[in-house]
Ligand binder design. Structure first.
Ligand code: NAD
Length: 256
């Protein structure tokens, strides 16, 4: 039985993780990290703690859906007390990504800005389309609920990287994430990533390839957040016996 520690348990995705884990036969919830206390009841066999050391020691693998600053603290502590990590938090800064890479040198780390099978496949399709549709303008639009804090979404940024690599471009040189004012014509290589926020939208991503006379749009819509929590559990099961290293959701799903 793999003992799972959940970091970010009182959040939208975290709460679903606690529910979904009950249906797993090879995994059980062992520890939950809290900043103060939980505002809901939990099985008394689960260690609920605000002590990071006890949290890490009480589980075999950690699943994190929190906030970038919280994830940073987790990574710093995990470097001292190594544990396999499934990281789902988005909006990580370059420093936090470096910490994640550093952690992956001493423990297995799976980092995915989107844990769904559909988005993993979408990234592959976007790479292929970007390479094949030479000269088409690439525009990405993402929509999320009103509470989302980071923009553009981690998923949209990953999709933009897939699109850029399909063209042999460096996304940091071609990404545009907002247009306003007299900005001039669209440049050939730019890849735009636009964020819309409202209501309770779980997550919608559209990658469009636009040319004179035709366009293609590839769209993924998440209709339930349990897509992410169940995906993270599948990832944890897969990661638990892996060597140290940085893994992606495509590695776990074996999508080529
Ligand atoms: P949320 O705001 O509902 O939950 C955040 C959680 O982090 C809460 O439990 C909160 O208590 C905890 N937290 C905040 N600061 C903390 C700290 N300093 N120390 C410890 N815990 C802290 O957010 P959410 O909608 O559940 O999303 C969480 C993260 O996961 C976001 O970054 C979101 O973008 C990302 N996300 C990823 C995927 C994916 O598939 N990878 C899917 C959905 C959301």
């Amino acid at each position: 039985m793999i003992k799972i520690g959940v970091f970010g348990a009182s959040g939208r995705v975290g709460k679903l993780l606690l529910e979904n884990i009950k249906d797993e036969k090879d995994m059980s919830l062992s520890t939950v990290f809290v900043r103060s206390s939980l505002d809901f009841s939990i099985d008394p066999s689960v260690l609920v703690t605000s002590d990071m050391h006890s949290f890490l020691n009480g589980c075999d693998i950690v699943i994190d859906f929190s906030l970038p600053e919280a994830c940073e603290t987790l990574l710093e502590e995990a470097i001292k007390t190594p544990k396999p990590l499934v990281i789902g938090t988005t909006g990580l800064s370059p420093h936090q990504i470096n910490l994640l890479k550093q952690a992956s040198e001493i423990m297995p780390v799976l980092y995915a800005t989107n844990m769904s099978l559909g988005v993993a496949l979408l990234n592959k399709l976007v790479y292929q389309a970007s390479a094949a549709l030479d000269g088409f303008d690439i525009e990405i639009v993402e929509m999320h609920h009103r509470h989302k804090k980071d923009a553009p979404s981690g998923t949209a940024l990953t999709l933009s990287e897939s699109a850029a690599s399909g063209r042999g471009l460096d996304i940091n040189k071609v990404r545009v994430s907002g247009r306003d004012g007299n900005i001039g014509e669209r440049t050939e290589d730019e890849i735009s990533v636009m964020a819309l926020r409202g209501g309770d939208i779980v997550g919608r991503h559209t990658v469009g390839f636009y040319n004179d006379g035709e366009f293609i749009e590839l769209n993924h819509t998440a209709t339930s957040r349990s897509t992410f929590s169940k995906g993270a559990l599948r990832a944890a099961n897969w990661l638990s016996d892996k060597e140290a290293g940085l893994y992606s959701i495509s590695d776990c799903l074996e999508i080529d």
